[in-house]
Design a binder for this molecule. Structure first.
Ligand code: SF4
Ligand code: SF4
Length: 452
């Protein structure tokens, strides 16, 4: 689309529109998109890798909304003056790749980049390295090397915000595991997991835990009353005794004690660490050595924990002793943050290890190691526009300051109305009503709306 025909013609207008429509990174981080889009970038990359096992809602979006995604990407490229727009998708989705390549023909500056099927192909740092051949420096974000990365659903939400003036009131997610009919669900924000599970035919087992997000970086919750947010990419039902549930339930003291007893310093965790392979100064086996033995390890080794993405490759694939450098790094990060230490990595460059291209972890292997093969069903069933009579809308669905409730109990609201506003002078994101109804409850955390 030529610049004259674009409904928005300047970056300031785009920023205002995305802020007004509550668009945030849908891939999991929830960074407000109107902030991210303000930087000058040479390349805008759409992350369609969806590297977390079992999750396939981005694949669905790419297959059915390719034109909308390219139209939005083209708009962002033109308005931001970027040289190129790249949509990265896994090569294994051959049909989707063909659809995307066909759609991309209409946009001279846009291209499709095919990725291998490995974990963590969707990690921003790995993705930028794949697309540009350059490693993002340690503790930096992709803009440090001239890139802005947006998730596929985020790009769809940009399209909805710009071309349809529609705020974010729903999201696509994968519902799988122990449910009767694993599905891709387009769910209103604030709907309970219980409603999503019901729409997927119900649970196959009486007792279950819910893995929210992907198996590698998601979290386990124990209540189906929790609500879908702008960041809920998947809900996977698992038996309570599934190894993933057990791993996540380990007490910190137990994790540390096991490390001290069993780490054999084989260094496999470092050899497979994606961030180490990209050239960042993180060596998880040395961090384990320092924690376990305190021997002869310079203090900057511990600082490396701050560079851990918590991707879990060390814990799930590398360590033959069943240990978790990932959790150890998380504990160290928490301790350092509590002590007010942020680390100083300024000036550090990243030069990828020569083995980087050869140590990509096949996704099937990850699924196998996680004990999830029986749930790898590639759901094709779609639940469209799943709504409910009651929604609980979190005011903390993004990075930054929580939104401030703008409604009171008893107010009548329509879908799309602002119920939470960005506090003055703060970085944050608006939240909107996802159904028509009456406000039944408000506090600093949430707004509950009941349909009449
Ligand atoms: S979780 Fe493990 S593999 Fe992943 S970045 Fe951290 S140390 Fe490296
Ligand atoms: S892979 Fe496991 S046993 Fe080997 S060094 Fe790392 S934590 Fe220790």
């Amino acid at each position: 689309m030529s610049m004259e025909k674009l409904p928005i013609k300047s970056r300031a207008e785009l920023v205002d529109r995305l802020r007004a429509m509550g668009v945030v990174g849908a891939g999991g981080a929830g960074f407000p998109t109107h902030v991210k889009i303000q930087a000058d970038a040479a390349a805008i990359i759409v992350n369609g890798a969806e590297c977390e096992p079992l999750l396939e809602s981005d694949k669905h979006i790419l297959a059915v909304e390719a034109n909308k995604i390219f139209t939005a990407l083209d708009l962002v490229v033109q308005i931001s003056g970027a040289d190129r727009g790249v949509l990265a998708v896994k090569r294994k989705y051959a049909k989707v790749v063909n659809t995307l390549k066909e759609a991309a023909r209409a946009f001279p500056k846009l291209e499709v980049f095919e990725l291998d099927n490995y974990y963590p192909a969707g990690d921003e740092h790995s993705l930028v390295r794949e697309v540009t051949g350059v490693s993002v420096p340690p503790a930096a974000i992709p803009i440090a090397v001239g890139c802005i990365v947006q998730n596929a659903e985020t790009m769809r939400n940009i399209y909805k915000a710009v071309f349809e003036e529609t705020p974010v009131t729903a999201r696509f997610l994968t519902c799988g595991g122990e449910v009767a009919r694993p599905s891709i669900v387009h769910a209103r924000i604030g709907i309970s997991f219980r409603e999503v599970i019901k729409a997927c035919g119900g649970a196959l087992i009486g007792e279950y835990v819910i893995l929210v997000g992907g198996p590698m970086m998601g979290k386990i919750v124990h209540s189906a009353d929790e609500a879908v947010t702008k960041l809920t990419s998947g809900i996977i039902l698992l038996p309570p005794d599934h190894p993933l549930a057990q791993t996540n339930a380990q007490r910190r003291e137990w994790v540390i004690a096991r490390s001290k007893t069993a780490c054999c310093q084989c260094s496999y965790c470092t050899e497979l660490c994606p961030r180490h392979l990209l050239g960042h100064a993180i060596e998880p086996h040395k961090i384990m050595r320092q924690i376990n033995l305190g021997l002869n390890v310079p203090p900057e080794i511990i600082k490396g924990a701050l560079l851990c993405s918590e991707c879990g490759a060390c814990e799930t694939v590398a360590c033959t002793m069943g240990l978790s450098p990932r959790l150890m790094n998380r504990y160290i990060k928490q301790s350092l943050r509590e002590a007010g230490y942020k680390g100083d990595f300024a000036g550090q460059k990243a030069v990828a290890d020569e083995m980087w291209a050869y140590r990509k972890i096949p996704t099937e292997r990850v699924i196998n190691r996680l004990g999830l093969s029986k749930y790898d069903t590639h759901p094709s069933r779609l639940v469209e526009d799943l709504s409910a009579k009651r929604v609980e809308i979190s005011l903390r669905q993004h990075i930054g300051a929580p939104a401030q409730a703008r409604v009171r109990v008893g107010d009548a609201v329509k879908r799309g109305e602002v119920v939470g506003e960005i506090p003055a002078g703060a970085m944050g994101a608006r939240v909107h009503a996802s159904i028509d109804g009456e406000v039944a409850f408000v506090d600093a955390e949430r707004v509950i709306i009941q349909a009449k």
